[in-house]
Design a protein around this ligand. Structure first.
Ligand code: ADP
Ligand code: MG
Length: 265
């Protein structure tokens, strides 16, 4: 795969869906922690100005002098911004300043490439990860397009409800544009069913309809809806640490195992 030469050892995945509340951030934190448990070196990148990922890993954005915004718009080196977390993953944190980065980038040439350039630069400087997971904001704006441009694959967390349909086509249109213009090799790794209520047939039917309509793989297993997830962010740790053996934690471990198998790592 010729384009990826500097970082061929790294699997970069964007976790994207322009709908909020579908468990993008929860999935990034949990899959990241699960991959780290399995001995992988993992970097999570918070690309949402709301900084929920940063918060949920126990870091208060207000305490930060440097964040992803500086890396994307001020030329600050990634290594100066990346933090270690208690979950065994590294984090490139966000603050509300990232909202401004989005506006700043709009007038910049090459804005779609800005994150890819950061990833390539990290590799060139020997800052190496097995996985880089990109937590996208709930929009299809500059930051999401930059994430899709830097990524090898995209995961689409999806809450299996009747109307969850509607955004998927739009997201896939964006993926097609990215493939055409900025990242020919981008692959959709699949939809990740989240907030899944296995007691109803409804969820299963919606999932099947979506995967057939859009010809998308489903990343198994579905992540069950459980109250444990609401508790984890306040503890500043992912559910893998706060409820080690819960069904949700186990499901994310299995998902991570399937992603590992797919990456061939
Ligand atoms: P997004 O990043 O897509 O906006 P979040 O990961 O922030 O979504 O999740 C939205 C809310 O849903 C959060 O309050 C989170 O704690 C909760 N949540 C995520 N996954 C689950 C789950 N499997 N069961 C119950 N609540 C969940
Ligand atoms: Mg989020």
């Amino acid at each position: 795969n010729s384009r990826r030469s500097p970082d061929a050892d790294t699997t970069v995945l964007a976790v994207a869906n322009q709908k909020g509340g579908v468990a993008k951030t929860t999935s990034v934190a949990s899959v990241g922690a699960a991959l780290a448990e399995q001995g992988q070196k993992v970097l999570l990148v918070d690309l949402d100005p709301q900084a929920c990922l940063t918060f949920s890993l126990g870091i208060d954005p207000e305490d930060l002098e440097l964040s992803v915004h500086h890396v994307l718009t001020k030329g600050t080196e990634a290594g100066e911004v990346i933090l270690e977390t208690d979950d065994g993953v590294d984090l490139m944190p966000a603050t509300i300043e990232l909202a401004r980065a989005e506006a700043d980038l709009l007038t910049r040439t090459g804005r779609e490439q800005v994150l890819r350039a950061v990833v390539d630069d990290m590799a060139a400087k020997g800052l190496r990860y097995d996985w880089i997971l990109l937590d996208c904001p709930p929009s299809l704006g500059v930051l999401t397009v930059a994430a899709l441009t830097a990524a090898e694959g995209v995961l689409i967390p999806l809450q299996c409800e009747t109307l969850s349909h509607r955004g998927v086509g739009q997201l896939l249109d964006t993926v097609h544009d990215v493939r055409r213009f900025t990242n020919r090799d981008l692959e959709v790794w699949g939809v990740l069913p989240t907030l899944y209520d296995g007691r109803t047939n409804h969820a299963r039917t919606v999932l099947e309809t979506i995967s057939e309509t859009y010809d998308l793989d489903v990343i198994e297993p579905p992540i069950p809806k459980t109250i444990k997830f609401a508790e984890a962010p306040a503890a500043g740790r992912s559910i893998l640490a706060t409820s080690r053996s819960s069904k949700g934690a186990q499901a994310y471990r299995e998902v991570a195992g399937n992603l590992l198998a797919r990456s061939g790592r």
